[in-house]
Design a protein around this ligand. Structure first.
Ligand SMILES: [Zn+2]
Length: 472
């Protein structure tokens, strides 16, 4: 006996970019959408089969959101050491299992995890599939593949990159291909390459990236890359990666090649957006906030050109850091794509549903409210086309349907926060004699913000940074 869901009365945004249809029923049988349209009723439902009826009058019915960039195992880390060195993998795994439920609660029914500690992503994906854990559809990478100059070799060589790190150092093409094979054997869906942190140089050669891409594709797996600069994006396009992350500063010729390739770009604006706009509330220094907002302005230039050139932009949030906690801000990426890439609300919804489904793989045929697609649906109390931010308000995500199942959540449990494991932090600033007895802190030198020290080079192209008052 099949089980049915009939959602009626709502305005349907189907995710394909089509205009909304008012008072449009959606009929689901088991885990599949079987009919969408104003003339759909309960005729197809055989007498006696169970039906869940959802009245969506005055509400919006749309596909569940997809997040192409959600780091399952990062644990809302406040610092890199916490992520790489502290929090045991046993506890990290338990927390990941709890965090993916928060992601689903927020209306995100599909995620792709572009890398993290051990094979926690694989374990969580399997735990969800077995029904041990409540979480979205998921694909996952393992540890990032990095060189000694890439995004995950953060510490001095005397420390190295321990097994608990989010990255794995591979410095030769042979090591790279071996690691791809090792990760695929251990169950990843995709490979994540971590090129230079800020995009100001190339941590891998083009041949090396091509070698990893070919190795992943021979094994029927996907591959993506952290690529912030033009040369990084060029390498990723030349190596025919499946999608690309970031693309903050791209030359016009790079944008042209990216558009011609048809490879989607997931900018992940949320991390920068949250730090620059909301960082003051948690003590992010004004100088850093200024840098992030200037990087966003430069990114906006690239993304607007990319969108106009026909590049497919998809939503990815870099969720998993303390500034991007699980289940809090996934839908803000749509707002930021409107602001920094010039999308309309309808285009942003398409980017977060229909276009983003590619990261879930062919076996997950979802992302639009069309007959034959998997039944991942949300009912929203509000009109996201009038104000896209309604998608960020959890209480307005009234119903979450995953694989044809209406989800229930323990809101009080999900609202809890967890302690963090800080690094061996000793003092936030220098306690000098002058500070204590002469009433002033004296000169407190800047922290080096990135291990590469490349922040200043990145800013060279962006002009002088405005120095704002009340710097902390
Ligand atoms: Zn990331």
């Amino acid at each position: 006996m099949a089980s049915w869901i009939l959602i009626s009365g709502g305005s349907v945004i189907d995710g394909t970019g089509a205009e909304p249809v008012a008072d449009c029923p959606v009929l689901v049988r088991d885990d599949e959408i079987v009919a969408v349209g104003v003339d759909v009723g309960d005729d197809p439902i055989p007498r006696g089969e169970p039906v869940t009826r959802i009245d969506a009058t005055g509400k919006t019915v749309m596909p569940g959101l997809i997040d192409a960039h959600c780091h399952t195992s990062f644990g809302e880390a406040r610092m890199q050491e916490e992520q790489d060195l502290y929090t045991s993998h046993e506890l990290r795994t338990l927390r990941s299992a709890w965090n993916v439920t928060k992601v689903l609660r927020s209306g995100v029914t599909g995620t792709s995890d572009p890398g993290g500690s051990y094979f926690i992503g694989v374990g969580i994906r399997e735990g969800i599939a077995e029904g041990l854990i409540q979480g979205p559809r998921m694909t996952t990478a393992g540890r990032f593949l990095s060189t000694s100059n890439g995004i995950s070799d953060f510490y001095p060589s005397s420390v190295g990159v321990p097994d608990s790190s989010i990255g794995k150092v591979v410095n030769t093409a042979d090591e790279m291909v071996t690691e791809v094979r090792h990760q695929v054997k251990n169950g990843v869906d995709l490979i994540k390459i971590g090129d230079s942190p800020l995009g100001d140089y190339e941590a891998f050669s083009r041949d090396e990236i091509k070698a990893m891409s070919d190795a992943a594709h021979r094994l029927n797996k996907r591959i993506t890359m952290h690529a912030r600069g033009s040369n990084n994006v060029d390498s990723a396009v030349a190596a025919e990666l499946d999608w690309i992350m970031h693309g903050n500063t791209m030359r016009d010729d790079t944008i042209e090649r990216l558009a011609d390739s048809g490879i989607p770009l997931a900018p992940a604006l949320l991390l920068l957006g949250n730090l620059s706009e909301f960082g003051e509330a948690v003590g992010v220094p004004a100088r850093k906030r200024g840098i992030y907002s200037r990087v966003l302005d430069a990114t906006a230039e690239s993304l607007n050109k990319a969108r106009e050139a026909g590049v497919t932009l998809i939503t990815g949030t870099d969720t998993g850091f303390a500034c991007t906690p699980y289940g809090e801000w996934h839908a803000r990426e749509l707002e930021l794509l409107m602001r920094y890439a010039g999308m309309t609300a309808l285009e942003a919804i398409k980017a977060a549903t229909h276009d983003c489904a590619i990261v879930l793989g062919e076996e997950n045929d979802v992302g639009s409210l069309v007959a034959g697609k998997g039944a991942d649906i949300i009912v929203v109390d509000g009109d996201p086309l009038a104000d896209i931010r309604v998608l960020q308000q959890k209480e307005r995500i009234e119903t979450v349907i995953l694989r044809g199942q209406v989800q229930t959540f323990d809101e009080d449990v999900l609202a809890q926060r967890r302690p963090y494991n800080q690094a061996q932090h000793i003092s936030p600033a220098d306690i000098t004699y002058d500070l204590v007895y002469n009433g002033g802190p004296g000169e407190q030198p800047d922290v080096r913000d990135f291990a590469s020290g490349g922040e200043r080079e990145l800013l060279d192209g962006l002009g002088e940074l405005p120095v704002t008052a009340s710097s902390t």
